[in-house]
Design a protein around this ligand. Sequence first.
Ligand code: 13P
Ligand code: SF4
Length: 311
Amino acid sequence: MLTKELLDEFFELKERHDAVVLAHYYVQPDAQDLADYVGDSYFLAKKAATLDCKTLVFAGVEFMAESAKLLSPEKRVLMPEPTADCPMAHMLQKQTVDEARQKYGDDLAVACYVNSTNQMKAWSDVCVTSSNAVRIVERLPQRNVLFVPDLHLGHYIAEQVPGKNIILNDGFCPTHEAIQVREIEELLAEHPNAIVCAHPECAVWVLEKASYIGSTSGIIERCVTGKEDEYIICTVHGVLHEIEKQVEKAGDAGRKRFFFPRTTPICPNMSRVTGEKVVACLRDLSGEVFVDECYAEGAKRALERMLELAR
Ligand code: 13P
Ligand code: SF4
């Protein structure tokens, strides 16, 4: 909880620097509460591309802030915690892309999850997020699609788009991969009427237990609008903050209950982004994001293709 002094300072700094704050659902609740917009990766990338302001504070991990900078290069983009990175964003070798391109030639598209470095995006034909991946892969003209870097999201897409030959890479999110199917089974035994909502970064055995699979925003919406009383949530615990706010607004706070795996999924990078750090980066104008010029054009092209194909 931020002090009144800190909050007053925050609003004064925001005005002085003409700043808008974007936050992902996995950052600390007090950072989410300072944000003008909280959302999933796709929503935040779209917002960054259209906002009219001089400064963007991106409460999230590096690939998200970099995407915002690529789509809005004229803005100053600040990261409250500049060392917050996503390990999966580095799990791809260039050789994997080269070999697939050599094997399939023009009938190959490289689809890159937005959780990736700019260099990987530049090697690719299009970016996707968890909320638009299936739609975009369906719309690609090529039959062969190398999906990078996430193995589990790639596997989920392959099931949803059986007409395509999806070639998988071996990247993964350590936080989602750690969710054990045994823990979900135990929760289901305790709460047999609960429905399981899972992020597609979870392993296939967890996804097999899910009645709903979607992005963070999708999971939140499913929990808020669902008729059921009990929900087992297989994604990072940070989403609970928004779910509770919306459930309260809908008048369902007493009725609905939400459960997470016993080994609570916390993203160690996102959780270092706090409200105090949001204020501090605006105070010092620290954590500014710059993108490497040699990958900027290619990475931006892949992101813009995503925005075009997701429409
Ligand atoms: P969303 O696009 O669903 O918000 O997911 C981002 C992410 O990093 C999930 O781990
Ligand atoms: Fe990356 Fe996983 Fe954290 Fe999402 S939850 S930012 S995929 S480490």
